[in-house]
Design a protein around this ligand. Structure first.
Ligand code: PLP
Length: 385
């Protein structure tokens, strides 16, 4: 006899994006449009501040909820950025936005409670909900509504077991940025069903046309938990630092979970985040302009090749309807035959059928080549005339 491992873990789905990453990494000369990894190095002043902090001894455990100096820096940053007063009691430092999401779901659900997650949506919402004891139930997002959730789509998914609704703006993979009216509708829906709103906002600083509206500060803060991070904003994915923003009573629970899960987030990364939030902010616009330029380049190549595609309002992704039967087979074929890696639409849910996601976070030459090859591959496959 041998012990039986947890069925939650043995049946946990793997991310389709990571499958493409692994396959692409084993090949040569691939245009890497698969992964949401900024092409940029972390700005030098942040790295220098972290290395100075290391030399000065920031190499020990931190409090579970985060260094007070880091929580204060985050609170001051949000207060200045949004005009809504936030204090350290609202902020818990986590291992990236993903750490805030896992903690938020775990803090919200009893085992078996349902969490509404978007389709298409970031695949990890399924796994992180399940490891947190929840049951993910998908609500559809569609092009007809600009990939913003409607009341009808949410009502179609809610049951008496629903405990939380997870939303993501700016959206991965769709690039949608929800209007204030959409956010207010989601909050009204959550109020009517007495749900938590877990709002995943790591791309909040990467918006092009529309203003970004956070779920925080719209009058329902007792039910809102925002997850965000420095990963995408400051090209700091590997520092693994983010935070949860919540009412102090909920924030305390999320802090308790950090103790159980990780003891604390890395002290050195917290010092780096303090430097990021208090230092020169010009990198945000520099990165955003590069992504925007890449988006223009990709759309130009797609249009030249006969594929219709409109600009994303935010994030650094393009969600392209290529009309393929099986997006997994399509993405595998494109990688093997054309050396272009992108994410198959179905990795993000059933609503992703016929779609692919292009990441614009790579250098422009790769984005251009990838988009050109994508259009040519679609033609070869008979998907465009
Ligand atoms: N949420 C979304 C929608 C993402 O795309 C990602 C990363 O790709 C994350 C959360 C996690 O980001 P972090 O690196 O902050 O954990």
């Amino acid at each position: 006899m041998s012990p039986t491992p947890s069925s939650i873990v043995t049946t946990l789905p793997a991310s389709g994006i990571r499958r493409m990453m692994a396959k692409a990494a084993a090949m040569e000369d691939v245009a890497r449009l698969d992964v949401g990894e900024p092409q940029f190095a972390t700005p030098a002043h942040i790295v220098e501040a972290a290395s100075l902090a290391a030399a000065q001894g920031a190499t020990k455990y931190a409090p579970s909820s985060g260094l007070l100096t880091t929580r204060d820096a985050i609170a001051a940053f949000i207060t200045a950025d949004t005009g809504t007063e936030v204090t350290r009691d609202n902020v818990i430092v986590t291992l990236g936005a993903v750490g805030a999401l896992i903690s938020a779901v775990r803090a919200a659900v009893e085992p078996g409670d349902e969490v509404l997650v978007p389709d298409p949506g970031w695949p990890n919402y399924l796994s992180l909900t399940r490891v947190s004891g929840g049951v993910p139930v998908r609500y559809a997002l569609d092009a007809a509504h600009g990939f913003a959730p409607t009341r009808a789509q949410l009502e179609a998914a809610v049951t008496s077991r629903t405990k939380a609704v997870l939303i993501n703006t700016p959206g991965n993979p769709t690039g949608a940025v929800f209007s204030r009216a959409t956010m207010e509708d989601v909050l009204a829906f959550a109020r009517d069903h007495d749900l938590y709103v877990i709002s995943d906002e790591p791309y909040g600083k990467i918006v092009y046309e529309s203003p970004f509206t956070s779920a925080w500060g719209l009058g329902e803060d007792e039910r809102v938990i925002v997850a965000t991070s420095v990963s995408k904003t400051y090209a700091m994915t590997g520092w693994r630092l983010g935070w949860a923003l919540a009412e102090p009573s909920v924030a305390t629970l999320i802090g308790k979970l950090q103790e159980a899960y990780i003891s604390c987030s890395p002290t050195l990364s917290q010092k780096a985040v303090e430097a990021a939030l208090t230092g020169d902010q010009s990198c945000i616009a520099t990165f955003r302009e590069a992504y925007s330029g890449n988006m223009d380049a990709a759309i130009e190549e797609l249009h030249k090749g006969g594929i219709a595609c409109t600009r994303s309002a935010g994030s650094f992704y393009l969600w392209v309807d290529v009309g393929c039967e099986d997006s997994w087979a399509f993405a595998d074929g494109l990688l093997e035959e054309r050396h272009v890696a992108l994410a198959p639409g179905e990795a993000f849910g059933e609503q992703g059928r016929g779609h692919v996601r292009i990441s614009l976070a790579s250098p422009e030459d790769q984005v251009r080549r990838g988009a050109r090859e994508l259009a040519s591959f679609c033609r070869e496959q008979g998907l465009i005339a």
